[in-house]
Write a protein that binds this ligand. Sequence first.
Ligand SMILES: CC(C)(COP(=O)(O)OP(=O)(O)OC[C@H]1O[C@@H](n2cnc3c(N)ncnc32)[C@H](O)[C@@H]1OP(=O)(O)O)[C@@H](O)C(=O)NCCC(=O)NCCS
Length: 168
Amino acid sequence: MQEPAETILTTAGRDLVVRPVVAADEPALFAAWAEAVERGEFPRRPPAREEAFRRAWLEDKTCVLVALDGDSVAGSYFIRPAYEDRGSDIANAGYLVPRAHRRRGVGRALLEHSLDEARRRGFRAMLFLRVGASNPSVGLYDQAGFERVGRIPGGLGDEDSLIFWRAL
Ligand SMILES: CC(C)(COP(=O)(O)OP(=O)(O)OC[C@H]1O[C@@H](n2cnc3c(N)ncnc32)[C@H](O)[C@@H]1OP(=O)(O)O)[C@@H](O)C(=O)NCCC(=O)NCCS
C-alpha cells in the first residue's frame, strides 16, 4: 500500500506535520504510551513494557502516523482492521497525545486525519470497542459524530466501557 504523503494540520495556532512513524520516533512514543498506561488511561494494566508497546502500537497495523510540532512528537495514531475476514473493512484506531501537548486540539486533529486516512484506505466505518466511560476520548468521539452503540457493564473491570461506531 502506498504510504500517505506528509500533511500539515493546524491546531491551536500550531502547524503539525503528520507523517508515517520512523524508528527515531519510537523512544518518545514509548515514553508517552508508558505514561498513559501507568496512569490507567488505556484499557491495560501496568507495568508498561516495551514489547507490549510494540504489539499495541506498531505491529500488524494498517498504518501508524505521528504528528510533529517542530522536532517534538506531539501525537500519534494507528489504524487497523477491527475484525479479521468479514468486517475487515471496519477500521479500529488508537490515539495518543503526550501529556505536554494535550488540550490544544492535537487529539481532535489526529482523529479527523485518521477518518480521512481510513476512508482513503478503503475502510467504510470506524469502531472503538473498549472505551472507558470516563476516558477523555469520549468527548472527542461524541463531537466527531460517533454513535454510542453499546455499553458493557464492568467492561474495564472497575469501570463500564463504551462502544462507538461511525460510518466513513
Ligand atoms: C484522548 C487524547 C488523545 C486527547 O488528546 P488532546 O490533544 O488532549 O485532545 P483535544 O485537545 O483535541 O481535545 C478534544 C476533545 O477531547 C475531550 N477531552 C480531551 N481531554 C479531555 C480531558 N482531560 N477531560 C475531558 N475531556 C477531554 C474534549 O471533549 C475535547 O474537546 P474540547 O476541547 O472542545 O473540550 C489524550 O488525552 C490521550 O492521549 N489520552 C491517553 C490515551 C487515550 O486515552 N487515547 C484514546 C483511546 S485509544
